[in-house]
Design a protein around this ligand. Structure first.
Ligand code: HEM
Length: 422
């Protein structure tokens, strides 16, 4: 079926994404779509690579387009402009929007370059062996807690708590405190929702940003008095020439580390486990040769990544393929679809942990100036989690691997539950 017309249409209030799904007989709300969105993405990649989703919003699915948009300075971020469009000009002053707007993830140069340089200095002090030590310590403590139960939901008992414990260890804050404000991060993250959220949700996000602010301001005060080797102390000390991070910047970017480092990694641990157990030959290969672990993690990240969408706004009119993205319009870059582009990856639908080093890297951690700051830590967490589970639970069996409970979300891909016994 020729769907190439979709790539060339000007956007209108109609959602072509929905129309396309109707043409292809795919129900985008159905569990079947969330179980396997890849055939739909393959169709988009071949027939409508820059697909208009709705007025002023496009979806890019090919690797080359995705990679180019991520690295092209003519595309950037405009968080507060989007807030003003959705909620009106006054809303930009709401504390939650103001805090999120200080996330480096949502900044353009030169502000982004400055923040990223300073935060990277602090983050860079933490060398791989120390990160690995922390990851191993927290992983084994967690497994100690549930190993005797012989059955568990690995999403709730393992994948979700693990990254939180590791970030807490890095910041040197009490786990009990972090559990308290994990609910706050969930309230705060709602401000990223593409469809407008209600006034009550904005209020909850504002309360969360205040709670964050109070908590971390106190931590900053304490670490100024008694500096340690934790990330908060390192952020307070980070300097570039005369330049330092303000306390507001530190607080906002600590919230970012929680948001960016938690859901992403938690979902990726679940996706990686499921993928390995769905491919028993590859799992046996890994069990027989644990030195394949870094490659196996890479392949899990390519094949079933947890972050499927990154967004950019055109700062000026830009031609991409056969379409022109007008200034102010948004492109959603589908990283999950790009990672399975046959123009770049040989036999992309196959999960092969021994793939030769790829000339072009999967886009799971993005690309260009916003390339994931936590990529090194995320790889260490994934390697440690898989290694420890496979070694300590040699009888591990996952249940329902043919019909796992995928969450009904497109931006973040992950499992609601992953029942297992051993
Ligand atoms: C498997 C786990 C992870 C995945 C798949 C992932 C994915 C991504 C992606 C795709 C981006 C780029 C977003 C964009 O271009 O708009 C990003 C940015 C970022 N990530 Fe991650 N991430 C993971 C884990 C982490 C961890 C563990 C941390 C830190 C604790 C972290 C911190 C960040 C930060 C701070 C940014 C913003 C960088 C910037 O704007 O310069 N991420 N991540």
């Amino acid at each position: 079926m020729d769907l190439s017309w979709i790539g060339y249409l000007r956007p209108s209030p109609t959602t072509y994404w929905t129309e396309l799904a109707t043409v292809l007989n795919i129900n985008l709300d159905s569990p079947a779509f969330f179980a396997d969105p890849y055939p739909f993405y393959a169709k988009l990649r071949s027939d409508a690579p820059i697909c208009p989703l709705m007025s002023g919003i496009w979806l890019a699915t090919r690797y080359q387009d995705a990679n180019r948009i991520l690295r092209d300075a003519r595309f950037g971020k405009d968080f507060l402009a989007g807030v003003a469009r959705r909620y009106g000009k006054e809303a930009v002053m709401e504390p939650a929007f103001q805090m999120v707007n200080r996330f480096m993830l949502l900044m353009n140069p030169p502000e982004h370059t400055r923040l990223r340089t300073l935060v990277s200095k602090a983050f860079g002090v933490k060398q791989a062996p120390e990160l690995r030590y922390l990851a191993q310590r927290e992983t084994h403590r967690l497994i100690d807690g549930f190993i005797n139960s012989r059955r568990a939901d690995l999403v709730n008992t393992f994948a979700y708590p693990l990254p939180v414990r590791i970030i807490c260890a890095l910041l040197d804050i009490h786990l009990e405190d972090s559990l308290r404000f994990l609910a706050d991060t969930q309230a705060l993250v709602k401000v990223f929702e593409l469809s407008p959220i209600g006034a009550d949700e904005i209020d909850a996000a504002n309360r969360a940003s205040h709670a964050f602010d109070r908590y971390f301001r106190e931590i900053c005060r304490e670490r100024r008095k008694n500096p340690g080797n934790d990330l908060v102390s390192l952020l307070l000390q980070a300097e570039e020439g005369e330049d330092r991070l303000s306390e507001d910047e530190i607080i906002a970017n600590m919230a970012l580390l929680f948001l960016a480092g938690h859901e992403t990694t938690a979902n990726m641990i679940g996706n990686a486990l499921l993928t390995l157990f769905r491919h028993p030959d590859q799992l046996d290969l890994l069990r027989g040769n644990p030195s394949l672990l870094p490659q196996a993690v890479n392949e899990c990240l390519r094949y079933e990544t947890s972050v499927h969408i990154a967004a950019r706004v055109a700062m000026q009119d830009v031609a991409v393929g056969m379409v022109t993205i007008k200034q102010g319009e948004t492109v959603y870059i589908n990283l999950g679809a790009a990672n399975r582009d046959p123009a770049v990856f040989k036999e992309p639908e196959r999960f092969l942990i021994e793939r030769a080093e790829l000339p072009q890297k999967p886009l799971s951690f993005g690309g260009g100036m916003h390339y994931c700051l936590g990529a090194r830590l995320a790889r260490i967490e994934l390697e440690t989690a898989l290694d420890a589970l496979l070694r300590r639970l040699p009888e591990l069996q996952l249940e329902n691997i043919d019909h796992p409970s995928w969450k009904p979300t497109i931006t973040i891909r992950g499992l609601a539950h992953l029942l297992a016994h051993w």
